[in-house]
Design a protein around this ligand. Structure first.
Ligand code: G1P
Length: 280
């Protein structure tokens, strides 16, 4: 089971996006565009680049626009056929040709761990990737995207892996934070992890960003994981359990990541991708 290539990517996308109200009142936060492309499409393209072809999306109420986005709009295509606007749909059309999308709804908001468990029905008994679309990653100067870097490590180690980056110590309460022993340059075997600790309680300044590779035993662990920080079922707590039972790795990825769940990060990402678009 664990020797399989990773083909499925799960996108928890049920959250309300309250930090972006009123924009997210009737629009899913995953559909907010950086330039002309919605956040979730960047995530799907990163998964495609890593060789995945099955996108599994955990949605909630008010998220219909995501399904419509990853579908063909015949009316629109007919309307712009042969005009100068036609190329604007080329990228999304090519995404649709390369992968499938399936959806399930999280009917209660009980945390990221619960959202991932809700996705079990779309994943089954195999290792899979998780992308939190509001962490937007780019690999401008690197060969491979973050998920590609992680799947390569998975091929070698066959265990759950999280992506991490160094953060300022006063920001630890925004992230899952790990402690571990470095087994290769930039690769840690996790010995401890804490969800959103205050700086004084943080085991390090190595923060988990929204990219995970998970082995399917995580579902059984999540089923019995008690609510943790904020009264929610935390993937961080389930991963710590998995780390105690076996092995979980954390890799310092190469590339740039923007926290598009915050207005500051979103503006930074917009400026960055705007500059980048001018380069070509
Ligand atoms: C979630 C996880 C957290 C992780 C973060 C990355 O938190 O719970 O461990 O560091 O994503 O973006 P959220 O940002 O959804 O509150």
């Amino acid at each position: 089971m664990n020797s399989q290539r990773i083909t499925k990517c799960l996108f928890p996308a049920a959250g309300y996006g309250t930090r972006f109200l009123p924009a997210t009142k009737a629009t899913p936060k995953e559909m907010l565009p950086v330039l002309t492309k919605p956040l979730i499409q960047y995530g799907v393209e990163e998964a495609l680049e890593a060789g995945m072809d099955t996108m599994a999306i955990v949605t909630g109420r008010g998220k219909r626009a995501i399904e419509d986005h990853f579908d063909i709009s015949y009316e629109l295509e007919h309307q712009i056929k042969g005009t100068s606007k036609e190329p604007l749909l080329r990228e999304i059309r090519s995404v649709l040709n390369k992968c499938t999308f399936s959806y399930t709804r999280q009917v209660e908001m009980r945390g990221l761990g619960h959202a991932i468990l809700t996705g079990e029905t779309l994943i089954g008994n195999e290792a899979f990737a998780v992308v939190l679309a509001d962490d937007l990653c780019d690999n401008r100067d690197e060969q491979a995207g973050v998920l590609s870097q992680m799947t390569k490590l998975y091929d070698k180690y066959k265990c759950s892996i999280v992506a991490i980056e160094e953060i300022p110590m006063d920001k630890t309460n925004k992230y899952g934070v790990i402690a571990g022993e470095e087994i290769e340059e930039g690769l840690f075997r996790i010995t401890d992890m804490v969800e959103k600790p205050e700086p004084k309680d943080a085991p390090s300044n190595l923060a988990i960003i929204g990219r995970y590779i998970l082995t399917p035993d995580i579902f059984d662990i999540l089923r019995v994981t008690e609510p943790g920080k904020g009264g929610e079922i935390q993937i961080t707590d389930a991963l710590l359990e998995q780390a105690k039972q076996g092995k979980v790795l954390a890799c310092k990825f190469k590339g740039t990541r923007f926290d598009c769940g915050s207005v500051d990060g979103f503006v930074e990402a917009t400026n960055y991708f705007y500059e980048k678009s001018k380069e070509v």
